[in-house]
Design a protein. Structure first.
Length: 221
């Protein structure tokens, strides 16, 4: 789970700099998948056509699903963006409220780049997040997430019509194999994003500590 670094400020000069430095120095990049060029054009079917055939469902919670003090855990757009557990609660009895299932694919747009994630938990889904639920006997959710992310990336700065996104006609075995690599690539991005956040925190705390006198240069390595 990725913590929101802005939610827990730390005072420069405590051991947080030492801990951050140890984490940054110990960072080890995950293995980068090997991909081979293919000279082929796959037939496709749109997400809309898959929805019409009942292979996928496209769902959204209604705007009436609002955060409450106590209730069922609710996954917000920010939770999905930064990869954390549900941070809010809502009333599951609200008509039309969508509850996520492991393997559901969610798409978050607005407030930053559009991101696509595969759900791993059960929670209410906040409004303004699109959920695509596929029949696992026909569609691999990780590959579906990759197809959607590719569609999002191809129209930078815009939100694509998800129903018009073209899904390659591939066997489930082929999808699963490709989906496994999609998951590896997405995790690679997540790991580097966390590392970048750690480095940014390290730099800020180091400079602030040196400027205030709470930190001083150590021995030269």
């Amino acid at each position: 789970m990725v913590e929101d670094s802005a939610s827990e400020p730390t005072e420069p000069g405590d051991d947080s700099y030492v801990v951050l430095r140890a984490d940054v120095v110990a960072f080890s990049a995950p293995r980068i998948p090997v991909l081979e060029a293919e000279d082929r054009a796959l037939p496709t079917v749109t997400i809309g056509e898959l929805a019409g055939a009942g292979t996928v469902e496209v769902l959204e919670s209604p705007p009436t699903l609002l955060p409450v003090g106590t209730g069922a855990p609710m996954l917000s757009a920010k939770d999905i963006r930064i990869g954390r557990s549900p941070s809010k609660a809502a009333d599951a009895a609200v008509p039309g409220a969508v509850t996520t299932r492991p393997g559901d694919v969610v798409v978050v747009s607005g407030g930053g780049p559009t991101v696509v994630r595969v759900c791993t938990a059960v929670a209410l889904l906040a409004p303004l997040v699109v959920l695509i639920r596929a029949n696992p006997a026909v569609v691999d959710s990780r590959f579906l997430a990759g197809v959607l992310q590719a569609a999002v990336d191809s129209v930078t700065g815009k939100v694509p019509d998800l129903f018009a996104v073209e899904f390659p006609r591939m066997t489930l075995a082929e999808q699963r194999r490709a989906g496994e690599v999609v998951a590896q690539l997405m995790e690679l991005e997540n790991v580097w994003r966390r590392q970048r956040t750690a480095v940014e925190q390290l730099v800020r705390q180091g400079i602030a500590g040196l400027s205030s006198g709470r930190l001083s240069p150590g021995p030269v390595a």
